[in-house]
Design a protein around this ligand. Structure first.
Ligand code: CP
Length: 328
């Protein structure tokens, strides 16, 4: 399929449902092929440049292993080893790397900087810009999440309830790209969404508006609560995370002081009992064990976090194969 060739992948919102279906279907196809050792050299001799402004376990390694399995090469970079360190602008970086390789994949989570940097690259790049997480979106993650949900519940996901919550973050203060990506995509697959978070821990208003619009257009429910239990009650899928009070303040000290007030926002077996019996526990990882979830839940029978993390490989391969134009 050439439908997605050359396209930038910055948010799923810029792709039609058919296009996202194509990504998910190809992800499953690639997963089956990988399991039986069938070769998929669809990006033979092609290079993806990866620029990581922030750390990563899953994202870097899924891209790197993924493109190896597609016959190409991933080149790992960070701003310190590039002239970016001396102020080289995104425009020049984009135009030069475009001449050398076939995609530029970037993680840049700095608030009010990351997404703008990716957009600037996209303006000047002649090869696809792939978003590996910015301050607004984490589209690679939400594709893997959606793939995992379809594997666990079947292709028809309409009417399933997903509860997403966040509050307390001692160890990693991060922007809200994961829940924001989830609320944008899940309604398009018929999921009813409940968001729970303490007052002041809001997502970006324009993204919540878009998510509500998506829900309306798809006839799904979209609810916001400040009671953690609301996300769990009767849920088929729970995604509790500790993103912290990112919008409570600009001051990290104040943010930490605020987040410490919400230590009870932790996923425990008692919380899981509020959800449906067959409910699955999801988490993008890394998990803050003991603070946002107890081991008994994340290592327990309802947890699908390792499958979810595995699916980062298959979805990354699908996105690269489709956008970098290698699929026969
Ligand atoms: N979920 C996720 O993006 O993990 P990494 O930060 O390890 O890449």
């Amino acid at each position: 399929s050439s439908m997605l060739r050359g396209r930038h992948f910055i948010t799923t919102q810029e792709f039609s449902k058919d296009e996202i279906d194509l990504m998910l279907d190809l992800s499953s196809d690639l997963k089956r092929k990988f399991a039986v050792g069938e070769l998929t050299p669809w990006l033979l001799y092609k290079t993806v440049f990866m620029i990581f402004f922030d750390e990563s376990t899953r994202t870097r390694n899924s891209i790197e292993a993924g493109i190896t399995q597609l016959g190409g090469h991933a080149h790992f970079l960070n701003p310190k080893v590039m002239q970016t360190a001396h102020g080289e602008v995104a425009r020049d970086t984009a135009m030069i790397l475009s001449r050398y390789g076939h995609a530029i994949a970037v993680r840049h989570c700095a608030y009010k900087i990351g997404n703008a940097y990716l957009r600037e690259l996209a303006k000047h790049s002649s090869v696809p810009i792939l978003n590996l997480q910015d301050d607004y979106y984490h589209p690679m993650q939400v594709l893997a999440d959606m793939m995992t949900i379809r594997e666990k519940f079947g292709q028809n996901t309409r009417g399933l309830k997903v509860g997403i919550s966040w509050a307390y973050a001692e160890s990693h203060l991060k922007p809200l790209s994961v829940p924001q990506s989830q609320i944008l995509l899940f309604p398009r697959y018929g999921l009813d969404v409940t968001l729970a978070y303490p007052e002041g821990f809001d997502l970006m208003p324009e993204i919540v508006e878009q998510a509500k619009k998506n829900a309306e257009e798809n006839g799904t429910k979209f609810e916001i609560s400040h009671d953690m239990d609301a996300a769990f009650e009767d849920a088929d899928i729970v995604i509790p995370k500790s993103w912290g009070g990112f919008f409570v303040s600009d001051n990290p000290e104040e943010i930490m002081a605020e987040t410490r007030k919400h230590k009870d926002w932790i996923c425990t077996p008692d919380k899981m009992k509020l959800a449906k019996r067959h409910a699955i526990y999801m988490h993008a990882l890394p998990a803050d064990r003991g603070r946002e979830v107890v081991n008994e839940v994340i290592d327990g029978p309802q947890s699908v976090v390792i499958d979810e993390a595995e699916n980062r490989l298959h979805t990354a391969k699908a996105v690269m194969a489709l956008t970098m134009g290698g699929r026969p």
